[in-house]
Design a protein around this ligand. Structure first.
Ligand code: R5P
Length: 269
């Protein structure tokens, strides 16, 4: 792997433990003004000091993130479909690699929709993006997306998706946690991070998912709604950090969450 790609990846996956807490906030590229991300600057600014990387699309970077922010960017570069359109899987690359370089991105991210009508198109997008990434020293994150078909998220399917993404050259992969997740990680030769998915349960549930994923080989989390849709987003991301970087259990992390929530979250963990 080229020095530039390794250098950029080391900004995202911490060199001391190879792990990362990414903050996902790219939802607007197909969902519009998602609940609690209607005003992204206000939502994201307090969270940035606790994120190892921020995953966003370029419009949000330029309008809602200070150029002086010290958070590495993972730039969402695929899109072209929306939640009210015909098919979420009908994506193409919508941001040039030159613009990712201009924004000083540390990686670019693209979704693949394997098993969908747009499988070939989105996998071809990935291949071309990896070629451009190699040209520019830019790592590529492949997101194994399922669109509205959330029931697809089982180990056999996700293992297939992650392996294909890695075989096509993705430098790291984002997928969902599932029963048998260790199978997904075992079959994938590059680091795997997990998305949080819709915020359906409690903070404790999301921390338990993160803990199980780390125990089963994840390289970290790339969570959005389970952080910024929480009533206590800063305690939540700090609790996630304790699991990913400090080896806390989910119970210990939940105790940290509770303590920070009660103390106004400024005390050291
Ligand atoms: C996925 O393609 C989206 O763009 C989000 O980045 C991803 O779903 C992670 O966010 P959340 O934890 O809210 O699911």
């Amino acid at each position: 792997m080229d020095w530039g790609i390794r250098n950029r990846l080391s900004r995202i996956l911490r060199p001391d433990d190879g792990r990362t807490v990414m903050l996902a906030a790219d939802h607007g590229y197909f969902l519009g003004p998602t609940h609690r991300l209607e005003e992204p600057r206000g939502t994201l600014t307090p969270l940035l000091p606790f994120a190892d990387a921020l995953m966003v699309a370029r419009g949000l970077v330029r309008n809602c993130v200070e150029p002086s922010a010290q958070v590495p960017l993972v730039l969402r570069v695929s899109g072209g479909a929306s939640v009210v359109g015909a098919d979420l899987a009908n994506e193409t690359v919508i941001t040039a690699m030159d613009d990712a370089v201009r924004l000083n991105a540390s990686a670019v991210a693209l979704s693949v929709f394997i098993g969908s009508e747009y499988e070939h198109q989105t996998l071809a997008n990935l291949g071309r993006l990896v070629d451009r990434g190699i040209d520019c020293g830019m790592p590529v994150l492949a997101v194994t997306a399922v669109g509205k078909e959330l029931e697809k998220r089982d180990a056999r399917y996700l293992a297939l998706c992650c392996r294909i993404a890695a075989e096509l050259g993705a430098h790291f992969v984002k997928t969902y946690f599932c029963d048998g997740f260790e199978e997904v990680v075992a079959g994938c030769p590059v680091p795997v991070v997990i998305a949080g998915g819709p915020k359906s349960g409690t903070e404790r549930d999301a921390l338990a998912t993160a803990y199980k994923a780390m125990q089963q080989g994840a390289a970290g989390v790339d969570m959005g709604r389970n952080v910024w849709q929480s009533d206590h987003p800063v305690p939540m991301i700090r609790a996630l950090r304790s699991i990913v970087h400090d080896g806390a259990t989910d119970d210990e992390a939940f105790a940290i969450f509770t303590r920070l929530k009660q103390s106004g979250h400024l005390q050291p963990v």
